[in-house]
Design a protein around this ligand. Structure first.
Ligand code: FEO
Length: 147
């Protein structure tokens, strides 16, 4: 999967995180091709962990900015996490879910970035501009969530 400019939100910190998720998807693809079940399991864990951190960070950004559809967006994240958790469970009991999961991840991520994430960008950008002036919550959030 290649990153394309039409996936940019215009918020560098978010774009970097989305690009990292794309890298994990590519790593998963690579692990599957090398037929290493152990590697697939490891990348899957990292992908899930990172995506959860991204969602938490993004939700804080939306909360801080007062984005009015934040609850609907959180619901979409929750449904996605549930869906991926189901795949992880199936993987753990020995099913070969990687092809199905990869297709689902790619489609979901592209649709989500273009349709859902793009909707909050304007208000979040404004809010981040204010944050720069006052200093504070953005760097605290980054530190808290990503270490
Ligand atoms: Fe960037 Fe709503 O996930």
């Amino acid at each position: 999967m290649k990153w394309s400019p039409d996936l940019d939100t215009g918020i560098p910190v978010i774009d970097k995180q989305h690009q990292r998720i794309v890298e994990y998807i590519n790593q998963l693809n690579h692990a599957q091709q090398s037929s290493s079940r152990e590697e697939v399991g490891e990348v899957l864990d990292q992908l899930v962990d990172y995506t959860l951190s991204h969602f938490t960070f993004e939700e804080e950004l939306m909360d801080e900015s007062g984005y009015r559809f934040v609850n609907a967006h959180k619901k979409v994240h929750k449904l996605f996490v549930r869906r991926v958790s189901d795949y992880v469970e199936r993987f753990k009991i020995g099913e070969d879910i990687t092809d199905e999961l990869l297709t689902s991840l790619k489609t979901w991520l592209v649709n989500h970035i273009k349709n859902d994430d793009s909707d909050y960008t304007e208000i979040v950008k404004e809010s981040m501009g204010d944050e720069k002036k006052s200093g504070g919550w953005l760097s605290r959030s980054m530190k808290k969530i990503f270490g």
